[in-house]
Design a protein around this ligand. Structure first.
Ligand code: SAM
Length: 332
């Protein structure tokens, strides 16, 4: 069977694409992403030129026919950490969903996969989410959603809850689809970050390197090599469940929230490569050497937990196969 074709919107570095492609059943044939930096990272890892136009400029003619649309649409407008304004976001970000909807209507793909922050479901007393589901249903989709945590569904030691929405044109396909079941967390933070070997000097905190008493505070508080810490402006926060906290948006810009670990070689931030591993990206995922760390941290945080997406994608494919097999049988 040939692979199902995917068109990817708000594609970032391609975390959703990577999850789907890992199953071996899907292939991204078109990607749109307005920011040239994640687009460059995307292009390093997928054999595809990213369309870097604003989604508002696209029409159905710009997008090739695809079986499935992917979209981790920007979450700022819906995020608890964001403005809590939903569709009304003054920077116009909330309304990007409607650009996506316009293209869905024009192209009518068989399957949709959308991802967003956990708070999308409860935003504005549930109104924002209700509108999204109603709009998708009005486009002719049967829709299921779930809020899944990476540590419970992706075997990745990160506490990251996200809303996943899957839509099907075919009602039987919708009925045969279920979100994956939880899996035991067997990976530890040691499978993600290097606690043994030296990494580049720039990631370490050492005496006198930074202004103020940050190093003193970190070395006094960071005594447990089996968990993760964060520097929260004036104090050190310890993660009590020995997993990485949700990688957060200002990790890149201020650097405050980059997870910190106590390794054999000293106290340090995780590296951008490790931040991608916290999102379940494969070891061989390539990061452009020309981009500064803050950009790469931001791209990691903006992305998705690849292994959770991969497990959902397996279920999507099973649902697709059930229907297409029975259709083949009917023809024979
Ligand atoms: C939450 S991130 C999605 C990241 C992606 N799922 C990944 O794995 O990297 C949202 C992305 O939408 C992009 N974006 C924001 N506004 C856009 C627009 N008007 N047109 C196209 N892309 C846009 C942002 O640059 C950002 O990379």
């Amino acid at each position: 069977m040939s692979k199902l074709k995917m068109a990817s919107f708000f594609a970032g570095v391609g975390g959703i694409d990577a999850g789907f492609e890992k199953t071996g059943h899907f292939k991204t044939i078109y990607a749109n992403e307005v920011d040239a930096y994640p687009a460059e990272t995307f292009e390093k890892n997928f054999n595809l030129r990213v369309d870097v136009r604003d989604i508002a400029e696209l029409t159905g003619e710009d997008v090739p026919d695809a079986d499935i649309f992917l979209a981790g649409f920007p979450c700022q407008a819906f995020s608890v950490a964001g403005y809590r304004r939903g569709f009304e976001d003054e920077k116009g970000r909330g309304v990007l969903f409607f650009d996506l909807e316009r293209l869905i209507k024009e192209k009518n793909p068989e399957i949709l996969f959308l991802e967003n922050v956990k708070n999308l479901v409860g935003h504005d007393g549930g109104n924002t989410f209700r509108v999204i589901l109603q709009e998708l249903e009005a486009c002719g989709y049967y829709v299921k959603y779930a809020v899944l945590n990476a540590k419970d569904y992706g075997n990745i030691p990160q506490n990251r809850e996200r809303t996943y929405i899957v839509g099907f044109k075919n009602e039987e396909m919708y009925h045969s689809f279920d979100f994956p079941k939880p899996v035991p967390l067997t990976k530890t933070i040691r499978d993600i970050a290097d606690f043994e070997n030296l990494v580049n000097d720039k990631y370490y905190y050492t005496d006198g390197k930074y202004k103020g008493d940050i190093y003193e505070k970190l070395s006094a508080e960071m005594t447990d090599p089996d968990t993760v810490y964060q520097w929260r402006r004036h104090y050190v926060r310890k993660n009590m469940s020995n997993v990485f906290p949700t990688l957060t948006a200002n990790m890149g810009t201020g650097g405050h929230n980059v997870p910190l670990i106590l390794t054999k070689t000293g106290i340090r931030k995780i590296t951008p490569h490790e931040a991608f591993s916290v999102q379940g990206f494969p070891e061989d995922f390539k990061l452009p050497k020309s981009q500064v760390d803050s950009r790469l941290y931001k791209q990691a945080e903006n992305s998705v937990c690849v292994t959770v997406v991969e497990r959902i994608a397996e279920e999507v494919f099973k649902a697709y196969q059930t229907i297409h097999k029975s259709q083949n049988t009917a023809i024979i």
